[in-house]
Design a protein around this ligand. Structure first.
Ligand code: KIV
Length: 245
């Protein structure tokens, strides 16, 4: 999987062999320049989901329920999910399990496929004191493993495992029947997910160890912009065939 937040990239992903798209609340950081995902709102996510859905073809589109939108009571959580599903999502993703088991059960029982998200839960960044790998001691690892089992029991169809030791992700993957989708969780997850702008190398100042760059998009784009600028300033662009008579 890869994240996506807009129509143009959704169209490209639709032509790719990648299986699924996550309209992540990382949109708040990647598209809006915020420091964390905590500023994402249901309305922000609705706009991104609708744009992605228009371009995504037959790809699976999963939408993140944003910070606290599923912690304000069952009706509010159902309304948030309703907005994102009506905007074109096929499923929603939410972080953690404890305290919103009722939301997960109600969504699943209502026909809304739910993807879980365990390990580093970016919406808990203030509780962690930063974006830090999770599950690195036995107690924390066991807690994450238990949460994965609880998600499966509640009917989640898949779970993202973010920034946990590879061995823990492997053990969870072997234990639960639903697919695990890793990001910074090693090679033994059933699938992987990366932020699209990270894998395309569009932000050279953000290089977490798990985010391999599969192309140097920043260099390619800066080169194109410099060539365009030079062509204009040297009066080489536009040519006659690029103008109307
Ligand atoms: O919001 C997001 O982009 C995510 C992925 C990092 C899994 O949750």
């Amino acid at each position: 999987m890869a994240t996506c937040y807009d129509y143009t990239f959704a169209r490209l992903l639709a032509k790719s062999p990648i299986d699924g798209i996550l309209v992540g609340d990382s949109a708040a950081m990647v598209m809006h320049g915020h420091e964390t995902t905590l500023t994402a709102t249901v309305e922000m996510m609705r706009m991104h989901v609708a744009a992605v859905a228009r371009g995504a073809g037959d790809k699976l589109v999963v939408a993140d329920l944003p910070f606290l939108s599923y912690r304000k009571g069952l009706p509010a959580a159902m309304e948030a999910a309703h907005v994102l599903m009506a905007a074109g999502a096929h499923a929603v993703k939410l972080e953690g399990v404890g305290g919103h088991e009722d939301v997960i059960a109600q969504l699943v029982g209502s026909g809304v496929p739910v993807m879980g998200h365990l390990g580093l839960q970016p919406q808990s960044v203030q509780a962690y004191g930063g974006f830090k790998p999770q599950g690195r001691d036995a107690v924390a690892a066991l807690a994450i493993a238990r949460q994965a089992e609880a998600l499966e029991e509640l009917g989640a169809f898949a779970v993202v495992l973010e920034c946990i030791p590879a061995a823990l992700a492997a053990q969870i993957t072997a234990t639960i029947a639903i697919p695990t989708i890793g990001i910074g969780a090693g090679a033994d997850c059933d699938g992987q997910i990366l932020v699209l702008q990270d894998l395309l190398g569009l932000n050279s100042s953000f290089r977490p160890r798990f985010a391999r760059q599969f192309c140097d998009g920043e260099t390619a784009i800066l080169k194109a912009l410099a060539e365009y600028d030079l062509a204009v300033k040297s009066s080489e662009f536009p040519r006659a065939e690029e103008s109307y008579s």
